[in-house]
Design a protein around this ligand. Structure first.
Ligand code: ATP
Length: 299
């Protein structure tokens, strides 16, 4: 049998169509109820076999992204290969998903590393064991093993996939500033009024044939406590076009649902000054592998 020498993966970003804070565990972690949605904005991870005893390398040119064990891709390899200094593979990561955005870039890359290394090296690790490993690497990582649309509960690790969700058009934008997730949670804890809840309405509207009904239902508890200058600007621009701005994760990316590509293109134009702006479509899959037939396939 011919052994594959390399595997090319695309790793999608996500937005949270809703994010409700439902409580706080004894260990201090907040529990949430959130509808995760994968979108067609991808990083690319290439994994190559090298000599069995050659030390693993990770190369990434993106500013501010570490190439050592601080990178979730590196950590995924350490855990899967059960070695502090893994050997036999070289990885290259091309970033398109902005960091500190709430779009799950690092988590998605991590899921891709788990799936990609298992496939390339033919490791006999069950799906269940891989999911458990994913959850131990980060609460958002298991979502990207399947992607699509899913209800996340607990601290994000209890996932219920949701099928047959119609494709939607979103404009996603982010300024230069990032947000601190712990600071966001501290601000939420200090709020006196009850937090708004969006998840139930989003679940009810997910399969609607009227996109506006879904977009109106979307919302995020962090919206109330996240007020950076660039986020305010994005909100203003989206609202002026009749698009409801919603934070993704704990920010700093903001997305808005659009009914038509024309509306999305207009909004994208107005947001050109931002560090990141992209028209995205929702997708029903997670990490994918580039096949010899030139088509992307789910693993
Ligand atoms: P989330 O949506 O899960 O809140 P995020 O928006 O904070 O994620 P990430 O892309 O996951 O954004 O990166 C956050 C930080 O994690 C970065 O500043 C970087 O130092 C570190 N990091 C670790 N692994 C990666 C990776 N593979 N890609 C990008 N950043 C990574």
């Amino acid at each position: 049998m011919i052994q594959e020498q390399q595997i090319i993966l695309r790793t999608p970003a996500k937005v949270n169509l809703s994010l409700d804070i439902t409580g706080r565990r004894a260990d201090g972690y907040h529990t949430l109820s959130s509808v995760f949605q994968a979108i067609d904005c991808y990083d690319t991870l290439t994994i190559r076999r090298i000599e069995n005893d050659a030390p693993m390398t990770l190369c990434c040119q993106a500013e501010g992204v570490p190439c050592d064990s601080r990178n979730l891709v590196y950590r995924a390899a350490q855990r899967l290969l059960q070695a502090e200094e893994p050997r036999g593979i070289a990885m290259t990561l091309e970033k398109n998903i902005p960091s500190q955005a709430g779009m799950g870039g690092g988590s998605s890359d991590c899921a891709a590393a788990l799936l990609g290394i298992r496939a390339l090296l033919g490791l006999s690790v069950s799906d269940k064991a891989l999911s458990e490993l994913a959850a131990s690497l980060g609460a958002d990582v298991p979502f990207f093993l399947c992607g699509g649309t899913a209800l996340a509960e607990g601290i994000g690790e209890i996932l219920t996939p949701i099928t047959d969700v119609p494709e939607r058009i979103l404009v996603v934008a982010k300024g230069r500033e990032g947000v601190s997730t712990p600071e966001g949670y501290r601000k939420l804890d200090r709020l006196e009024e009850p937090l708004p809840m969006y998840t139930k309405a989003v679940l009810d509207a997910l399969h609607t044939t009227q996109p506006q009904r879904l977009f109106a239902a979307c919302g995020n508890a962090f919206d109330a406590v996240t007020n950076l200058r660039e986020i305010r600007k994005i909100r203003l621009v989206m609202s002026s076009c009749g698009v409801k701005p919603v934070l993704s994760g704990s920010g700093a990316a903001v997305f808005g649902g659009c009914e038509t590509m024309t509306q999305a293109a207009h909004l994208e134009q107005l947001l050109q000054g931002m560090d990141f702006v992209r028209i995205c479509k929702t997708i029903p899959y997670g990490v994918q592998q580039y096949g010899t037939d030139g088509i992307w396939h789910s693993l």
